[in-house]
Write a protein that binds this ligand. Sequence first.
Ligand SMILES: *Cc1c(COP(=O)(O)O)cnc(C)c1O
Length: 480
Amino acid sequence: MNSLPELIFNISREGKIGYSFSECEFPEDLAVVDNDKKRNDIPDFPQVSEVEVVRHYTNLSHLNHSVDSGFYPLGSCTMKYNPKVNERVASFEGLQAHPYSPHNLVQGNLEIITTLEDWLIKITGMKAFTLAPAAGAHGELTGMMVIRRYLEAHGNARKVVLIPDSAHGTNPSSAHFAGYEVKEIPSNSDGIIDTDTLKEYLNEDVAALMMTNPNTLGIFEKNIVEIAAALHENGSLLYMDGANMNAFMGVVKPGDLGVDVIHLNLHKTFATPHGGGGPGSGPIGVSENIVEFLPVPLVHKSGNGFVVDYFTEGGIGRVKNFYGQFLVMVRALAYLMTLGRENIRKVAEDAVLNANYIRKNLEGLLDLPYSAKTLHEVIFSDKDLPVKTLDIAKRLLDYGIHPFTIYFPLIVHGAMMIEPTETESKETLDVFIDTMKKILEEAREKPEFVQGAPYNTPVSRLDEVQAARNPTLKWEKENV
Ligand SMILES: *Cc1c(COP(=O)(O)O)cnc(C)c1O
């Protein structure tokens, strides 16, 4: 696709129509809409045939890059291929229920909720889960509220949440929204949190540490057990951002490492497509002493059936209407049951293998700011290159590859954050590696050419600030 599809307004011709209906036989005096409010014509509405409308929208849809159409190695977000069988299961008619349905009519749906909770409990080693939060960031907020309630119940909510400098931007904002002051702690030269550095920050004001593991550099926080112990000794809690669970599910259980609260992203690790702003789900799991503070509703088994608790003594109340994003839960459960216990571990192993295959092949050509072992993603920088990270990302578009995440994490100058995921074959990884080598060669030979990329896309370099601040989202005659 080398150009934008013809604007539908430009192919409009007077008198062309897609459908024609017979005269309305509905008696005028029964009409609900007042006659003076009725519109007889719509000014400037394009007049086109049905096939032209279909082609217009189909061609527009081809402008989107997706995991279904090409390699998409964003780091931090796990943009993996999600098997279509999950979509099939989520569309089963028997699962579509009105959220106000009486519980005795939706026992199967309630069973799905508790079964998924059980799988997540087994994977994480936590004591209990709530599936209510609608996204990772929402899970973080819920988790921080639960932590606040727990600390209040123990006498003092405290004031400060510690967050390492490599954290995802949602972490500090969630802590802030839960009423905490955020203090940043530096990671060490290995890219992880040092137990001694952490101890310098610990005092009676510290409510919790929010740790992403593996962190956004793709490095496992190997001091986590010591760190959890130091926090607990200080009366503080350990929150784990589990958005990167793709890197070690089935291998290590965060609950065994001393984590008190964790969120997972069902739309990253557990097979709901994401990136289009569609529904997500950010369940949180908690350790035993925190279970009573979970939000409602809580679904649990009772006798031969399932019941729902809407009120608990100590809990934080509701964070979401109804049960959360039910069909995202269905996809996650379908995914886990298809994989089975053995293959859940294999997902993580293959995700780590793929990322390290890319690392090995590009190491030496690109600067690797942290040489520690990496898991599911690898971060390079643009140090010593004749062009910038942005230029390489733009040139990748010409080769039909979605760029990796650029300029994050912030602690790496010109970061290129690559997460291939387990779903890509060696052949695809080889194409990516060869393409990167080709672009680096182009950059050495004629940097200005790479700086002018992309050349094959309908629009080239955009003013991204203007596009975000003043987006033109609708067609207006004046704009053409
Ligand atoms: C994606 C992500 C989040 C936020 O999750 P959303 O579902 O996008 O709100 C938090 N932390 C990390 C490390 C992430 O990758």
